[in-house]
Design a protein around this ligand. Sequence first.
Ligand code: PGA
Length: 250
Amino acid sequence: MRQKLVAGNWKMNGSKASIKALLDGIKQGIGDVQSAEVAVCPPFVYLGEVESQLQGTPIVWGAQNLSTEEKGAFTGEIAASMINDFGCKYVIVGHSERRSLYGEDDALVAKKYRVARAAGLRPILCIGETLEEREKEVTNEVVARQIAAVIDLEGVAALADGVIAYEPVWAIGTGKTASPEQAQEVHKFIREQIAASDAEVARKVQILYGGSMNAGNAVELLAQEDIDGGLIGGASLKAEDFLTICRAAG
Ligand code: PGA
């Protein structure tokens, strides 16, 4: 049985005060979460705050992005070693906002996956099709290509050191969720795609769903055989909603 993971992607939201209140709320309710792992991914500048507030709790944390460079003259970038320094377990790579707004392509995302893994972080690899791609019925080709970029660079075994998040771009932040059936179909395809190279890795790898997952639709989505948790944007900013999703995960 794969353990479920619910990860909050806070994106560029929050302040010292709001983050303290959010973490207090999550900490208060975390005892009701039975078996799922719970993670939060704050903006970089709050990682220290999050580390000190979450140490000694079952909640883990991660970053939203990282540099492919180790250190040096890269103004504004954040290295894997720095993310490690703040006790992160996870780092999101290839989020669709990074891909579409900051020009990150499959090759760069694969490199970020490599750098994260080499640093001992667990990359959360985001993949997913745009609305246009879904309408053209090329969803499978798109997610297969996005995964292949990592497999080609690192080998299929590398996928066991990370997590995949299937996030249809048309469902992110739009309030439009993929139906449980639509999501399951793609999750199953992703797992089969990996199984074609390594059945054992495919069986083990956690595949999260992301894209307007909320307190109202989490139960149904998480009940699908190949959905192993969620990457939550908007709904992760409210402690009660986030906890409802975490409890739905088990
Ligand atoms: P959303 O974001 O839950 O607000 O749709 C999910 C994500 O982008 O990871």
